[in-house]
Design a binder for this molecule. Sequence first.
Ligand code: DGJ
Length: 722
Amino acid sequence: MKICKAENLFYLVNDQVALIMEEKEGRLFLRHFGGPIASYHHANAMHEMDHAFSPNPRPEDRTFSMDTQRQVLGQVGRGDFRKPSIRINHTNNQVTDFRYVDYQVLDGVPQVVGLPSPHAKEGQAQTLKLQLKDTILDLYLNLYYTLYEGSATLTCFQEVVNQTGETIELATCLSAMLDLPAGAYDVISFQGAYGREKRFQRQALKQGYFEIGSSRGASGHGQTPAIILADRLTQDDAGQAYALQIMYSGNFQAFAQCNQLEEVRLGIGIHPDFLNWRLASGESFSSPVALMTYTFQGLNALSQASQTFILDHIMPPAYSQQLRPILINNWEATYFDFNFDKLTQIVDKAQEVGIELFVLDDGWFGDRQDDQRALGDWVVNESKLGGPLSRLIDYVHDRGMKFGLWIEPEMISQESDLYRQHPDWVIQVPGRSHTYARSQLVLDYANPEVVAYFKELFGDLLSRYAIDYIKWDMNRNITDVGNGTSLSDTLMQPHRHLLGVYDLMAYLTQTFPHVLFESCAGGGGRNDLGVMRYFPQVWVSDNTDAIERLAIQHGHTYLYPTIAMGAHVSAVPNHQMNRTTPLKTRGDVAMTGNLGYELDLCQLSDEELEQVAQQVAFYKTIRPIIQRGQRTRLLDPELFSNDWACQFSYQDQLIVFYGRVLSTLEKSELTLKLKNLDPHAFYQEQSSGKIYSGAELIYAGLTMVVPRGDFQTSLQHFKKIQ
Ligand code: DGJ
């Protein structure tokens, strides 16, 4: 791995990836982002010609234009007509001309104050800091690029330092921008909605813009802060692709812009419509951190590069390899209707079948009889629980299980003591009526008083009770932004609110490192890398139907690790879809994530309970393979939407998962060609005892047959035997 400057070229290169930039008269150009190049000689130089209507900085040279060059940063008003990466309101205009001044190579990963940043062990990462200054203003721009040993992912962010003597306003300050050569590209994004999160979507990029983003104050169910650009012919096992992602959980924008030369600009950052950051002279502002990943080995390799990077450099280090407990959550079993006896009956059954963690969901505090009241009143409802919370916790612990609790720290019900005491703590426009969602309002975490109050309150809760796990929920998006003392103050509120939320997340996770935090936002409404820096697990969807989960889990694991994904077996007919699927199918689908249960075990027959006990016991034997193994897609969802298959490989073991949605008469079997095996070794399937050579599993494939009927799955476990 090296970061260096050779003549006017900056190299960041390891064995996976290279970023090469050139400085010319202080302007910075992107010469290459992609496969590792240690020695660059302008083989891909842009053909110099007069592009009419692309402005030139010098009258005598019509071949050079900022509009046609691949840039390191996109600025306003100097001839580059593409979307900018930096746009600043200053003096009477937005024009800037940042030029290179100096550089530094720093050890490690710079930590962005107040925002989630990646981490690395000593010696694993190095950073190039490029310092730029505007040609006429005392305005400085620092670009940080961090390279990681053995990783195909780099991270970057920019920092603006205002020394102009005047207050300026940041209108756009993206986290990453990549200008790429013309080509036939597809753009991949993850779309969806509540209950159908992370739907893989691939479409051709044509001249113009493709843009995704969120204005919800959270990344959102339908807006994953990530964008992939793939060559049109790139598939899971071959071809090149680029991914940009951002460690941010608020309003964001990600775009691919194909210009008149069919060159592509990719960008990702805080959504410019919601930044408006006022920067007084002497102050600085840093963008969130972005990830840039490249592969030339197909989309499976891209997924694995992203997942590995997240495990090694984003997820809290103590958790990235820590096997996750099999949990039972009472939400779909009882909703708000529970008492001590009901809960302990579930705990007893859970213990019988080998479940390891009991999670008490919503409804344990204040007057929370339903979802219309009491958010904010975080006082244990002892009359509902028939005694103190510690009695229930002890009951669970005495049965050898861990105890988990649900909280929703960012919200408040109007019908609550907290609201009656602090109506001003709500995000709102003074004088206007509120806008409600799930009958609740959002607390203003841009207000330091609110952050301090909840640090103390939840700090106290976690100190007082022996809680092993927290499910942190967030059940609505932000409206009525209007708490500032002036318009410019209010315009900064969305970002400042998120900084306050991150502050609480950082405080609680650092103070209580033994607690496993799982994030939730009505399922996957905030399943992003900002939150994953603090919380190593996420409830990816409220939709627990096994068939719907196929697409959701597929989308989650496209870029994020399996070990981050909670997956529960629930009752049938399913509460969201009203669909009935076999218990085996529900178990198999949940076992391709962190297995959990979310149903009333007391309602199951003895045979079903026995089946659950077998699932739990089996999962314990394969848990390291699923949670620590490499997940590889076997079927491209674009081509095979009725069939799903993936495999997990870990050390000498392999799990193959296959699911067929609807039964078809004419096509009774499917041949799956397995991947990443040793062709010279032999593999034994554990339930049948059958032995196959690695070569035949790779080249001839494995015949998959599931029982006739809809919604069938199979999960096979292989061990390498020589
Ligand atoms: C939404 C979550 O996604 C559910 O799992 C559950 O925790 C409810 N909130 C509780 O209100």
